[in-house]
Design a protein around this ligand. Structure first.
Ligand SMILES: C[S@@+](CC[C@H](N)C(=O)[O-])C[C@H]1O[C@@H](n2cnc3c(N)ncnc32)[C@H](O)[C@@H]1O
Length: 445
C-alpha cells in the first residue's frame, strides 16, 4: 500500500488512541474523507483500522516481548506505528515483511521521529525474525492473562465472563468475535414470503441459509451493501438478529394489542411487534432523542407500517396516560452489549465492573417506571444484548421480588434453553445468534 493510504490508517488510529473516538466513527470519517480512493485502498484502510483495534492487546503483548520501552510508555504515534507494522507481520499475508518494516520506519520518520528510526526498525525486524518462538501466557497457570492476550480483551472483562461461565464457554464466546458470522435478516411476511425472498437473494448471488431459531429469519453472506440488496428498500426484509425476533415472539402479541416499546431505536422490535399487532393494534415506539426516533421513523416508513406512533420520551419519566393500559410492554434496555462485542470493537475495551453496575441500576429505574404501563394480566418482556448476570438474572430476581409480576415460561419460543424459568440467555459462539437475554413476566394485579 502506498504512503498516503498508510497515512490515513495512522491518522485514524491516532484519533482513536488520543481522542478516544469510537473506532467505527473514526473509520467512517476517514472513509468519507477519502471516498475517491480506490476500492482496494479503502479496503486496506478498513482492514487495518478494524484489525489493529480488534487485536490491540495481543499486538501490545507481542511488541512488549521485543521492545525495551513498553508500548504504553511510547509516544502515541510510535505506539500506533508499531501496532500497524506488527499487525501486518502477523495478520496480513499480502504485505511482505520487508514492506511492513520499511514503511513503518518511513511513517515514523515522516512524522519527525527520525531519531527513532533504529528503534522502530529493530523492534519490527526482531518480531518478524522470532514470531514463531513467542511465548504466550499459559492457560493453566495464568488463565486471565491467557484469555486476555489470546482474544485481545482486557483482563477485567475476562474476570467478568469467568464469574458467569466455565472456561470452555468463555473460549467459545470470545472466539466467536473472530468468526465471519452471516447477517441475520427477518422477512416481512406481511409483504412477501420467506421462500420468495430466498429465491430473490439467491438470484442476486447472495448466499442464504434458513435461520434455525426463528422461521422468518434468513442468514445471508456475500453481499456488498445491505441497502442495495433487492427488496430491502421495498421493506421486504429488515436486518434483525434471530435473538431479537425471539424476544418479540416471547411477548405473545395478539392482533389488536396495544404495545409500548420503551427503548426502541432503531426499531427492530417495533416493526415486528407492529406486524403482529395488526391493523387493529398499535405500537407506541419511543426512544430518548429525536436523532434516535428518526431512525425508527425511517424503518417504519420503509416497511409501510401505519399502526406505529413514534415519540421521543425518556423511559425513566412516567407517562401517566399509559398507566395500566398496555397489553404488552417491550423493555429492550440499554446494556453493556457483551452479546455483540464481536460486532463493535469498542465494547470490549470500555466495559468495567462499575459500568455494569451503573447500567444494572439504570435498567432497574426504567423497569420500575415502564412496568406500570402493563395492565393486569398483561405482559412485560425485558431483554438485553448482554450476557452478564448482574444486568440479566439478578435484575429478574429483583424485579419479581419488588413488583406485582411473575415470570412466565418461554420454553416454547426458545426450546432447550431452560426457558420454563421465564428467562433465557443465548450465547454468541454457542447459539446461532448474538448473545442475548430474554425474560417474560405477567402482571398479577
Ligand atoms: C438496545 S437499544 C434498543 C434496540 C431496539 N429495541 C431494537 O430492537 O431495534 C437501547 C436503546 O435505548 C435507548 N435509551 C437509552 N436510554 C434511554 C432512556 N432513558 N429512555 C429511552 N430510551 C433510552 C438508546 O438510545 C437505544 O436506542
Amino acid at each position: 500500500m502506498d504512503t498516503k493510504t498508510r497515512e490515513v490508517v495512522l491518522t485514524t488510529l491516532l484519533d482513536i488512541e488520543k481522542n478516544h473516538t469510537f473506532s467505527n466513527i473514526a473509520l467512517g470519517t476517514a472513509l468519507r474523507a477519502n471516498q475517491f480512493m480506490s476500492k482496494q485502498d479503502r479496503a486496506y484502510i478498513t482492514r487495518m483500522v478494524e484489525g489493529v483495534t480488534e487485536q490491540r492487546i495481543k499486538l501490545d503483548y507481542i511488541i512488549n516481548q521485543f521492545s525495551k520501552t513498553k508500548v504504553n510508555k511510547c509516544k502515541p504515534l510510535i505506539r500506533c506505528v508499531l501496532r500497524m507494522g506488527t499487525y501486518e507481520l502477523f495478520f496480513m499475508d499480502s504485505v511482505p515483511d520487508s514492506a511492513a518494516c520499511n514503511l513503518s520506519v518511513k511513517l515514523a520518520v515522516d512524522h519527525g521521529f527520525g531519531s527513532l528510526r533504529g528503534f522502530v526498525n529493530g523492534v519490527l525486524r526482531n518480531i518478524a525474525r522470532n514470531r514463531d518462538g513467542i511465548k504466550y501466557p499459559d492457560k493453566n497457570t495464568s488463565p486471565l492473562e491467557y484469555y486476555s492476550v489470546e482474544y485481545s480483551v482486557p483482563v477485567e472483562l475476562v474476570e467478568i465472563l469467568l464469574q458467569d461461565y466455565d472456561s470452555e464457554t468463555v473460549d467459545r464466546i470470545l472466539g466467536s468475535s473472530y468468526e465471519m458470522r452471516p447477517t441475520s435478516i427477518r422477512v416481512n411476511t406481511d409483504r412477501i414470503s420467506v421462500d420468495e425472498v430466498e429465491r430473490k437473494l439467491e438470484t442476486a448471488g447472495i448466499e442464504t441459509v434458513r435461520g434455525s431459531l426463528n422461521d422468518t429469519s434468513l442468514l445471508i453472506k456475500g453481499y456488498d451493501y445491505v441497502r442495495r440488496i433487492p427488496g430491502f428498500m421495498d421493506g421486504e426484509f429488515v436486518v434483525q438478529d434471530q435473538s431479537s425476533c425471539l424476544a418479540v415472539r416471547a411477548a405473545g402479541i395478539q392482533n389488536g394489542d396495544l404495545v409500548v416499546d420503551v427503548c426502541a431505536a432503531p426499531g427492530g422490535k417495533t416493526m415486528y411487534a407492529a406486524s403482529l399487532a395488526g391493523q387493529t393494534g398499535r405500537v407506541i415506539s419511543r426512544d430518548l432523542t429525536e436523532n434516535k426516533t428518526e431512525l425508527i421513523e425511517e424503518n417504519v416508513d420503509r416497511l409501510g407500517l401505519t399502526n406505529v406512533t413514534v415519540e421521543a420520551w425518556d423511559a425513566r419519566d412516567l407517562d401517566e396516560n399509559l398507566v395500566g393500559k398496555a397489553d404488552v410492554v417491550i423493555a429492550d434496555l440499554p446494556c453493556s452489549g457483551l452479546g455483540i462485542m464481536g460486532r463493535k470493537n469498542d465494547i470490549k475495551y470500555n466495559v468495567t465492573g462499575d459500568s455494569i453496575d451503573e447500567l444494572a441500576q439504570l435498567q432497574r429505574d426504567i423497569l420500575d417506571t415502564v412496568s406500570r404501563y402493563v395492565k393486569t394480566g398483561g405482559t412485560l418482556v425485558y431483554s438485553t444484548c448482554t450476557i452478564d448476570s448482574r444486568e440479566n438474572q439478578n435484575n429478574v430476581k429483583w424485579f419479581v421480588e419488588n413488583h406485582d409480576f411473575e415470570t412466565v415460561s418461554i420454553d416454547e419460543i426458545v426450546p432447550r434453553h431452560g426457558g420454563d424459568k421465564g428467562y433465557v440467555t443465548l450465547l454468541q459462539g454457542v447459539d446461532e445468534c448474538d448473545g442475548f437475554f430474554i425474560s417474560k413476566f405477567v402482571r398479577t394485579k
